[in-house]
Design a binder for this molecule. Structure first.
Ligand code: M6R
Length: 365
């Protein structure tokens, strides 16, 4: 039931503080600063033997996997790569018994993701599912895994399942980190940061009216560019996918620094650029890119960290998110982008929950 919400998508966006609490419930052990993921069906010895991780999925799940690559390599230093499931199934990826594959899927039924898993298992690669739908085909056929427990997602546009998948990527990063080089104290600190995320999301959701106004201002744009770096590059891809999917505005996501390598040719007054520029190591680099866009008369919307008010000197469309460590940043920065695409689609009179030509799960190739 939609309750007081006009669309399932908006309801699901607002469910995220809770769906994330459910993703973490019972999985964080404060005493030893450790993640508990029993469903992986692997002993600490087996996990320590893993020297390469492959993450696969489609669409939004692929973007969550890209965040996972950043998070797992940062926290655990285990070489990790992401393969779009539809490509993985037709590639012949070298792998051995020390390689572990995770497939990410909301439905657990996406044919390309299922085929990627079957192909990996045929080659003897152990494959674990990060799935929402309990008892789905991926959940049943995988060697184990971890449910994200986001609850049913009815809107075709994935929202709460993205953040829950990203949270699981963080639990995996912590787990692999702790069996290698992270200390108990490091783990405890991470748990504090993770547990603070739901309330931080709730505080972003309080700014919905402001985000709606920004969306309405740009709703007639010809196209949109989404820019971000590091773990926020996949968030730029996800913001662009959401925008295309439900508002039918052509949008593309890019690493901010790629601007000068071609994308800047698109900048003009009816082509806004949405920058994800939190207060991190590359903040100043993002600011230079923002200035380049403004100098070419491209409107700019910024998602940044509370306190970085200097961006208001550059544009009036600044959306603030609370501070957090960079590995958790996508959980916060994606929220304004979900709301931006939602209100843009509503302003354009689109059928938000059932966008044209799309199905909730893609079970044919
Ligand atoms: O059920 P899955 O997570 O495997 O689905 C994967 C994609 O089809 C899905 O994320 C799709 O891109 C969404 N509609 C994005 O909002």
């Amino acid at each position: 039931e939609k309750g007081d919400f006009p669309h399932y998508m908006l309801k699901e966006i607002f469910e995220q503080p809770n769906s994330l609490r459910n993703a973490m419930r019972g999985r964080l052990s404060r005493d030893d600063g450790m993640a508990i993921l029993g469903g992986l069906n692997m002993t600490p010895q087996e996990l320590r033997g893993i020297d390469r991780i492959i993450l696969s999925g489609c669409g939004t799940a692929f973007h969550a996997a890209m965040v996972g690559e950043y998070v797992i390599e940062t926290l655990a230093r285990v070489p990790t790569e992401v393969e779009i499931a539809s490509e993985f199934r037709y590639r012949n990826v070298p792998a051995d018994k020390n390689t572990l594959q995770f497939v990410l899927s909301q439905s657990g039924e996406t044919i390309d993701t299922l085929a990627a898993m079957r192909e990996a298992r045929r080659k003897g690669i152990k494959c674990l599912g990060i799935v929402n739908s309990v008892g789905s085909t991926i959940a049943r056929e995988s060697d184990g895994g971890c449910y994200i427990h986001a609850g049913p997602e009815i809107g075709v546009a994935a929202t709460k399942t993205f953040t829950s998948q990203v949270m699981i990527m963080n639990l995996l990063g912590m787990l692999f980190g702790r069996i290698h080089h992270l200390s108990t104290a490091d783990g405890m600190e991470m748990i504090d940061e993770m547990e603070a995320i739901p309330d931080k999301i709730a505080s972003i959701l309080k700014q919905t009216d402001r985000i709606k106004a920004i969306a309405e201002k740009h709703a007639n744009a010809e196209g949109m560019l989404f820019m971000g770096r590091q773990a926020n590059y996949p968030v730029a891809l996800e913001g662009a996918l959401k925008m295309k999917e439900i508002s039918y505005i052509y949008a593309s996501g890019h690493p901010s620094a790629e601007l000068k390598h071609g994308v800047i040719a698109l900048v003009k007054p009816d082509m806004p650029s949405i920058f994800i520029a939190p207060d991190d190591a590359v903040f100043d680099k993002n600011v230079s890119n923002i200035e380049e866009v403004l100098a070419r008369k491209g409107p700019v919307v910024c998602v940044t960290t509370e306190g970085r008010t200097e961006l208001e000197r550059l544009t009036e469309d600044v959306i603030y998110v609370p501070d957090c460590p960079s590995y958790l940043s996508p959980l916060l920065t994606v929220i304004p982008l979900q709301l931006l695409s939602y209100y843009t689609a509503v302003a354009r009179g689109c059928d938000v929950d059932k966008p044209r030509n799309l199905a909730k799960s893609v079970t044919v190739e």
